[in-house]
Write a protein that binds this ligand. Sequence first.
Ligand SMILES: Cc1ncc(COP(=O)(O)O)c(C=O)c1O
Length: 380
Amino acid sequence: MNITSKLPNVGTTIFIVMSALAKEHHAINLSQGFPNYPSSQKLNDLVTNAMNNGYNQYAPMAGNLDLRLAIAHKYQLLYKSTYHPEKEITVTAGATQAIYTIISAFIRRNDEVIMFKPAYDCYEPAVEINGGKTIPVQLSAPNYKVNWDKVASKISSQTKMIIINSPHNPSGTIWSKDDMLQLQKLTRNTDIIILSDEVYEHIVFDDAQHQSACLFEDLKQRSFICASFGKTFHNTGWKIGYCCATEALMVEFRKVHQFNVFSVHHPSQKGIADYMQDPETYLGLNTFFQRKRDLFLSLISESRFKFQPSQGTYFQVLDYSEITDESDVDFAKRLTVDFKLASIPLSVFNTNNQDDKVLRFCFAKTDETLVKAAEILSKI
Ligand SMILES: Cc1ncc(COP(=O)(O)O)c(C=O)c1O
């Protein structure tokens, strides 16, 4: 039997490669983006209560209503932005499913989708499998600043969507208000849809403000905002997220969503809804992760790695150009095998694997793990 792959260029992801290598060599794993400490006992208990109180059958297609009300409340509280809980918010199986479903609902053959590289790895295959074309805009270390003239030059009559991601995985940079205004100006009077991946919205440091797409009225009208409870509540394995958009966009989203997953794990939704009644559960994240970032960076301040402190997300990129001229993939592998510390080389997220000699380290780890990792980095 002949199988013709629809995604011939997709192989094993770097996350699987590095985690397998970390396991084989008993290395500390700062490669994949997940916490190595427990999620909240209170939240776990609320999910158990939901199971014991009958939330065991299909949730409504768009999500448990209490959860959609809690999400709507959050947008009012943080951004003074209104999303109708019944018409403009849908709960999804993680942000990944929201992203895939948005792309499937709107991207047709030969539609162009602009995305900024380095880019989180689920965007491009979703565009490709739906027949679309990725139009990359490469950003570079150390600042990953957007050249808006370059973006303008990539927009064509075929441009259907622009995917943005702030706070940004993998670089740990955030977009400014000016970036968002530039994007708004560029897309005004077009039919371009914005997919705004905001999964790290609550992890922004040094008193900076997250510039959500919903804060800019014209952008809001054309944007899907994607979010992930896994990132917010330290439970990436639950795979619960959501997206918000205007009713007209959401109608199209739900046409695909209802035949894709229909609805997602009900007791978790109810538990999260109850947990979110206290906004501190998400407002406290900045402080929680800023302390971890600062601990990690203070411990490696004497090392030969160069860095600018992460502005958001739970990732820190480190420049190793003063240590070796090896490729980032080779150096990341050597660091894992010889020094027992796993990271992610950034080139795998770049156009033509551009190699800026930087590695990404996840600091959503116990202090003990961070101390051990920093000891290794300081010795190299
Ligand atoms: C930028 C970005 N978007 C989306 C996701 C996926 O989120 P989820 O686990 O909720 O599917 C991740 C997870 O690492 C991410 O870093």
